[in-house]
Design a binder for this molecule. Structure first.
Ligand code: ASP
Length: 329
């Protein structure tokens, strides 16, 4: 090989890899990374790891890794994907924060609507109001009595400003007309460890993180955030917040899959096809349902419907967040 070729071959390889990504050779011998914008062990991490397993086969046995790019309520990981090479190898699994963060947090370094390709939605997940195991009583009434007696001294864990637990916690305090001290973590996985240990008092989080701990008696559960009671065995006896007197309190978290803007259309299609196979995978459905999640089985698995849904969620949550006055700088 002459010197000219030695210099030019690596550039040609790089050019093919960077700009010539197309579905025929996707995914080649290169791992796909699912970026989770929260710490390991929480609900977003849980669904991403289960999804990675379920999408592996329809993607020809590809290696799918999870990268926990946690911090700033989910915006570090989302920004990382927004700025990544749009070649299909770096994807984002994110939740309702994609729709609430633009109103909840005034300065985020990416644009939810124009910096991503929408690849389809994954699941819907209820939330639960849970407390440290040493809290007195076990009913929602017991909880509100304790909150009333301990005004100004209660800590409420969340996954950072703009996260789902932050949103739920803010709405909860507004509904109870009380203030608690927010304790931000990089995800509700590590927050759960501290709640079990009693270092923080309360948390509102997805059932995919809380149901196992509730069932094991490691935390106390007081209510669910859905309009109707749940059927999951560990959660079926919990009242809704609405029936407990918090009118119109209803939050359901959802997760979706995204690629950076500009990812080739044929690669987007291949990823969406693999997602749709995963959404019908009995093992994936079983694992998620056992934790209280509902796998998406409607048209929101289509990218255009996913985008429409997120746009509608932004329009739905923006006035609620503004009216509650719960946004952060
Ligand atoms: N459940 C978290 C939230 O509050 C995030 C996580 O760790 O998945 O947004």
């Amino acid at each position: 090989m002459n010197r000219h070729l030695l210099r030019t071959v690596p550039m040609a390889v790089l050019a093919t890899f960077t700009f010539g990504a197309h579905a025929a050779d996707f995914p080649k011998d290169h791992p796909i990374t699912l970026v989770v914008p929260f710490a390991a062990g929480g609900p977003t991490d849980r669904v991403a790891r289960d999804l990675a397993e379920a999408m592996r086969k329809p993607l020809g046995g590809a290696t799918i890794l999870v990268d926990n790019a946690a911090g700033a309520g989910g915006s570090i990981g989302a920004n990382k994907v927004a700025k990544s090479n749009p070649d299909g190898y770096t994807l984002l699994v994110h939740h309702i924060g994609m729709a609430t963060m633009p109103t909840l947090v005034r300065n985020i370094p990416f644009k939810v609507e124009s910096d991503f390709e929408y690849l389809g939605m994954i699941n819907d997940v209820p939330m639960t109001i849970i407390g440290k195991p040493t809290l007195p009583g076990s009913t929602f009434k017991d909880l509100t009595a304790w909150i009333g007696k301990n005004k100004g001294q209660i800590n409420l864990a969340n996954a950072g400003v703009g996260s789902a637990s932050h949103l739920c916690g803010l709405l909860f305090q507004t509904a109870l007309k009380t203030d608690m001290t927010a304790v931000p973590y990089k995800g509700t996985g590590p927050a759960m460890t501290d709640l079990i240990g009693g270092q923080v008092d309360l948390m509102c989080d997805q059932t995919t993180n809380t149901s196992v701990q509730i069932e094991a008696g490691k935390v106390k559960a007081f209510a669910v955030t859905t309009a109707k009671r749940l059927t999951t065995p560990a959660l079926k006896d919990l009242p809704t917040l609405q029936e407990s007197g918090l009118k119109n309190f209803q939050v359901t978290i959802w997760h979706g899959l995204y690629a950076p803007k500009g990812t080739p259309v044929d690669i987007q299609k291949k990823l969406n096809d693999a997602l749709k196979v995963a959404l019908k995978d009995p093992d994936f459905i079983k694992r998620q349902e056992a934790l209280g999640a509902v796998i998406v089985s409607d048209k929101r698995s289509e990218p255009a419907e996913h985008r429409k849904f997120v746009t509608a969620e932004i329009a739905k949550w923006s006035p609620i967040i503004k009216a509650a006055g719960v946004y952060a700088d």
